[in-house]
Design a protein around this ligand. Structure first.
Ligand SMILES: Cc1cc2nc3c(=O)[nH]c(=O)nc-3n(C[C@H](O)[C@H](O)[C@H](O)COP(=O)(O)OP(=O)(O)OC[C@H]3O[C@@H](n4cnc5c(N)ncnc54)[C@H](O)[C@@H]3O)c2cc1C
Ligand SMILES: *[C@@H]1O[C@H](CO)[C@@H](O)[C@H](O)[C@H]1NC(C)=O
Ligand SMILES: *[C@@H]1O[C@H](CO)[C@@H](O)[C@H](O)[C@H]1NC(C)=O
Ligand SMILES: *[C@@H]1O[C@H](CO)[C@@H](O)[C@H](O)[C@H]1NC(C)=O
Ligand SMILES: *[C@@H]1O[C@H](CO)[C@@H](O)[C@H](O)[C@H]1NC(C)=O
Ligand SMILES: *[C@@H]1O[C@H](CO)[C@@H](O)[C@H](O)[C@H]1NC(C)=O
Ligand SMILES: *[C@@H]1O[C@H](CO)[C@@H](O)[C@H](O)[C@H]1NC(C)=O
Length: 537
C-alpha cells in the first residue's frame, strides 16, 4: 500500500469481480488442496506457494513463529491441517470457500496473542489463515490518517508513524508484538487511552471479507457490522484485512516513571489511596500499579512489591506539581522521571529500553507475561477495595503457588468515561475506576506445576469476587478467558450458553452482536469457543 490506498481498494474490487465465485463450478473437487489451487488466475501470485501442509518442512516454524503462549505449544495441542499465508485477497477468499466446502474450521491469525490460543488451536479439523503477509502500513501525515493491515504488529505500526512524525501517534497497546487484527477486534487499550479512548474509538473505515468472499468497506458493510467489528472480538464475523484510523497528536516530549514500594514502605496505604486518585487524574496521564510477591532485599523476607508506573503527555516540570497535588503520598521527585519521545516510551513500557527502535519491527521477539506459558484473567472495579482487605489479598500472594503471580490495576476514567457504553461493543466505560489483570506464568517444562498455578489463579479470582463488578462480573474480551464459559462443541452454539460469557464481555451490547452475526454469518462458519452465536433460524 505504498501508493494510494484508494487505487488499491479499486484493484481489490476489480479483482473480486473477475475472480468471482464461478470457481465454485469445480463442485466435484473433494480435495481441499485441489480446491485451493483451482483458484488461480494469471494476474495474481499462485496460492500454491503459500500453502503449508503438515509434511512441509517449514510447517512447524510457521506455526510456532506466532504462538505467543507456550501453554498451547505442547505435543498434545491440536495442530492445523494446513496453514495458508495469503499474499492476495483472492487467497483469503479461496481459503474461506474451500474450508466451507470441505467442512473444515477456519482460524484467523494476526499476531497470535489470543490468551486462549484460539487463533491457532481448535478441537476440530482446521485450517489457519495467517495474515503475516498482510502487514503494510500507509501513513498519510497531511490528513493524519492511516491504513494499516491486520497482520502488522503494533510495533510495525508505531515505527511507521514515528518515521514520518514525532508528534503523531495512535492510541494502541503497550507490547509491540501484539497483532493489529486481534487487538483492534477486541477494543484495544494502551498508554493513550485515557486521553483518546481505545483503538476502536479511532477507527474510521475497514476492509472486510465475509463468509461469501465479498470484500466490504464501511459503506458497503453498513454501520451495524462496522460497529460489531470494532470491539466485538476477533473470529466471529469475518476477516478484517485492513483498518483506516485517525492518528492523534502527542507532544514531542512525554514523561514516564516507575516507583516501587514494599509493604514496609507503606505499599498497602499507597495502593489503597491510588484507587481514589488515579481514575480522577487528567486524561494526559496513564497510571497503573502492579503487585507481586518478592523477597525483600534487606532480610530476604518475603513481602509485596507494588510498582506504580505512569506515562504523561508533557514534560517533567508539569508532571511533578500535578502529582504532588493529587498524590503527595507517592513522593514523586524529578529523579524518578525520564523525559523521552512517545515512541521511546513504547520501548520503556515494553521493557526493551535502550534497544534500537528497530526492535519494534522484530516479529520474532517474544513478550513474556511472567513466563512464556501463562494464564490471565480480568476484572473491573467500581468501588474502592477497603484498605483492610488488602491484607487478605497479600496473604493469597504468600501461598506457595503464587510464586509467579502478578496483579495489575490499570486506571480508567477521563476519556474512557465520556464515551457511551453502546458506542462500540466494548462496554466498560463510565463507572469503572480501573481494570484488574491477573496473570500466572511458568516455564514450558513445568507442565505439572502449571496445573497448580492454574488452580491458584482460579481460586484467587473466586476470592476477588466480592471486590469487583458483580452484575455481571465484567471481563475484557481481549483478555480472553475460557473459564468464564465456552460454546458447546458439535451442535449449533447455544445462545444461552454464549450469553454467560457474552454479557461479561459486552454487557447488553451482546444482543446487537448476535443480531449482526445472524445477519452476516447465519450458518456460523466463523466459529470458535467464544465466537458470537447467530440466532437459530
Ligand atoms: C504480551 C501481551 C501484551 C498485551 N498487551 C495488550 C495491551 O496493551 N492492550 C490490550 O488491549 N491488549 C493487550 N493484549 C491482549 C491483546 O490485545 C489480545 O490478545 C489480542 O486479541 C491479540 O491480537 P493478535 O492479533 O496478536 O492475536 P491473534 O491470536 O492473532 O487474534 C486474536 C483473536 O482475534 C481473531 N483475529 C485475528 N486477526 C483477525 C482478523 N484480521 N479478522 C478477524 N479476526 C481476527 C483471532 O482468530 C483470535 O480469535 C496483550 C496480549 C499479550 C499476549
Ligand atoms: C512447503 O510449502 C511451501 C509453500 O507452499 C513451498 O514453497 C515449499 O516448496 C514446500 N516445501 C516442501 C519441502 O514441500
Ligand atoms: C505432502 O503431502 C501432499 C498430499 O498428501 C503431497 O501432495 C505432497 O507432495 C507432500 N509434500 C511433501 C514435501 O512430502
Ligand atoms: C508510612 O506511613 C506512616 C504514616 O502513615 C509514616 O509515619 C511513615 O514514615 C511511612 N513510612 C515510610 C517508609 O514511608
Ligand atoms: C526467595 O526466598 C526463597 C526462600 O529463601 C527462595 O527459595 C526463593 O528462590 C527466593 N526467590 C527469589 C525470587 O529470590
Ligand atoms: C538504559 O540506559 C541507561 C543509561 O545508559 C541506564 O541507566 C539504564 O539502566 C538502562 N536501562 C535498561 C532497562 O537497560
Ligand atoms: C445435535 O442435534 C441433533 C438434533 O437436534 C441430535 O440428534 C444430535 O445428537 C446432536 N449432536 C450432539 C453432538 O449433541
Amino acid at each position: 500500500m505504498k501508493s494510494s490506498h484508494f487505487s488499491m481498494s479499486l484493484f481489490l474490487l476489480i479483482g473480486l469481480v473477475s475472480l468471482s465465485w464461478t470457481i465454485s463450478a469445480n463442485a466435484h473437487d473433494n480435495n481441499f488442496l485441489h480446491c485451493l489451487s483451482s483458484f488461480h488466475s494469471k494476474d495474481i501470485p499462485s496460492i500454491s506457494k503459500v500453502i503449508y501442509m503438515q509434511n512441509n518442512s517449514t510447517y512447524s516454524s510457521i506455526l510456532e513463529s506466532l504462538i505467543q503462549n507456550l501453554r498451547f505449544s505442547t505435543p498434545t495441542t491440536p495442530k492445523p491441517l494446513v496453514i495458508v499465508t495469503p499474499l492476495h485477497t483472492s487467497h483469503i477468499q479461496a481459503t474461506i470457500f474451500c474450508s466451507k466446502k470441505h467442512g473444515l474450521q477456519l482460524r484467523i491469525r494476526s499476531g497470535g496473542h489470543d490468551f486462549e490460543g484460539l487463533s491457532y488451536v481448535s478441537e476440530v479439523p482446521f485450517v489457519i489463515v495467517d495474515l503475516v503477509n498482510f502487514r503494510s502500513v500507509d501513513i498519510d501525515v497531511k490528513n493524519e490518517v492511516s491504513w494499516v493491515q491486520s497482520g502488522a504488529i503494533l510495533g510495525e505500526f508505531y515505527h511507521a508513524i514515528a518515521q514520518k512524525s514525532r508528534t503523531l501517534s495512535f492510541p494502541a497497546g503497550i507490547c509491540h508484538t501484539v497483532g493489529i487484527g486481534g487487538y483492534f477486534s477486541g477494543g484495544g487499550y494502551g498508554l493513550l487511552f485515557r486521553k483518546h479512548g481505545l483503538a476502536v474509538d479511532n477507527i474510521i473505515d475497514a476492509q472486510f471479507i465475509d463468509v461469501n468472499g465479498r470484500i466490504l468497506d464501511r459503506k458497503s458493510m453498513g454501520e451495524d457490522l462496522f460497529w460489531a467489528i470494532r470491539g466485538g472480538g476477533g473470529g466471529s464475523f469475518g476477516i478484517v484485512i485492513a483498518w483506516k484510523v485517525k492518528l492523534v497528536s502527542v507532544p514531542a516530549t512525554v514523561t514516564v516513571f516507575r516507583i516501587s514500594k514494599t509493604l514496609e514502605q507503606n505499599a498497602t496505604k499507597l495502593v489503597h489511596r491510588w484507587q481514589y486518585v488515579a481514575p480522577k487524574l487528567p486524561g494526559d496521564i496513564f497510571s497503573a500499579v502492579t503487585m507481586r510477591r518478592v523477597n525483600s532485599s534487606k532480610h530476604g523476607q518475603r513481602t509485596i512489591l507494588a510498582s506504580f508506573s505512569s506515562f504523561f503527555l508533557g514534560g517533567v516540570h508539569k508532571l511533578i506539581p500535578l502529582m504532588q497535588e493529587r498524590f503527595p503520598e507517592l513522593g514523586l521527585v524529578k529523579e524518578d522521571c525520564t523525559e523521552m519521545s512517545w515512541i521511546e516510551s513504547i520501548l520503556y513500557f515494553g521493557q526493551v529500553q535502550n534497544k534500537s527502535l528497530d526492535i519494534l519491527l522484530d516479529r520474532s521477539y517474544k513478550t513474556t507475561l511472567n513466563g512464556p506459558a501463562f494464564k490471565t484473567k480480568s476484572d473491573y472495579v467500581k468501588k474502592p477495595i477497603p484498605e483492610a482487605a488488602f491484607e487478605g489479598i497479600w496473604s493469597k500472594f504468600y501461598e506457595e503457588d503464587a510464586e509467579s503471580a502478578v496483579m495489575g490495576f490499570i486506571a480508567y476514567g477521563a476519556k474512557m468515561a465520556e464515551i457511551p457504553e453502546s458506542a462500540t461493543p466494548f462496554p466498560h466505560r463510565a463507572g469503572n475506576m480501573y481494570k484488574i489483570a491477573y496473570t500466572v506464568g511458568w516455564q514450558q517444562e513445568d507442565q505439572i506445576k502449571s496445573q497448580k498455578y492454574m488452580r491458584w489463579i482460579r481460586k484467587f479470582y473466586s476470592f476477588m469476587s466480592s471486590f469487583v463488578a458483580k452484575s455481571p462480573r465484567e471481563a475484557y474480551i481481549n483478555y480472553r478467558d475460557n473459564d468464564i464459559g465456552t460454546n458447546s462443541k458439535g451442535n449449533m452454539t447455544s445462545y444461552a450458553q454464549a450469553s454467560i460469557w457474552g454479557r461479561k464481555y459486552f454487557k447488553n451490547n451482546f444482543d446487537k452482536l448476535v443480531f449482526v452475526k445472524t445477519m452476516i454469518d447465519p450458518d456460523n462458519f466463523f466459529k470458535h469457543e467464544q465466537s458470537i452465536p447467530p440466532l437459530m433460524s
